[in-house]
Write a protein that binds this ligand. Structure first.
Ligand SMILES: N[C@@H](CCC(=O)N[C@@H](CS)C(=O)NCC(=O)O)C(=O)O
Length: 186
């Protein structure tokens, strides 16, 4: 089997979601480095691959999928259905967290970290950190009564939320005072 290609950038937490999931399910990936900071997502060639001009992008043969949440669903359904759920309630529970990863976790911990990685980014740090604090508080509350985000087992919901929460100290969002997040991250 020819391994799928991940258009990847090492510092990107969204790419990290895909790499960490692939490693957990033993899915080999060919990593194609895209130098985001040098503008390689802004080329016409890259726009033909992903009109949104963002990484990560996964190519598996002729099939191309972009957006880290969408990418996680693809190998989960194809190879490891125990990491996803196709019942109406199970899918609803997972997609709820995927959406939260794509909006609140992105607008909070992801943007806070990006502002410290690249101070020239036009990011409202006060707003991003306020959202980040809310994300950490709600996540800690959710994990107070359970080991995994939903369905009582690890799913792609956990993988989607994990990277930017694990890296949130880089956005000056300390993890002290969130006792339930630590064992989940570990
Ligand atoms: N919703 C997308 C967001 C992807 C995203 O934010 N990608 C960033 C890197 S983490 C990117 O490609 N930035 C380059 C740009 O926007 O020019 C996902 O979850 O994959």
């Amino acid at each position: 089997m020819t391994p799928p290609i991940l258009y990847d950038f090492e510092l990107s937490g969204n790419c990290y979601k895909v790499r960490v999931f692939a490693s957990m399910i033993n899915l080999g990936l060919v990593l194609q480095n895209v130098e985001v900071l040098k503008g390689e997502t802004r080329t016409e060639e890259f726009a033909r691959l992903n009109p949104w001009q963002q990484i990560p992008v996964l190519r598996d043969g002729d099939f191309v999928v972009q957006d880290s949440q969408a990418i996680l669903t693809y190998p989960a359904l194809k190879y490891t259905p125990q990491w996803i759920d196709t019942t109406p309630m199970g899918m609803g529970a997972i997609v709820e967290w995927l959406s939260y990863a794509a909006k609140e976790v992105s607008n909070g911990p992801q943007l806070s970290r990006l502002k410290f990685l690249d101070p020239h980014e036009d990011i409202d740090l006060v707003r991003a950190q306020a959202i980040g604090l809310k994300v950490l508080r709600l996540l800690d509350n959710s994990l107070a009564s359970r080991d995994w985000l939903c369905l009582g087992r690890p799913t792609i919901a956990d993988i989607a939320v994990y990277p930017y929460v694990g890296l949130c100290r880089q956005g000056k969002l300390p993890l002290d005072g969130y006792p339930h997040i630590h064992p989940w991250l570990a």
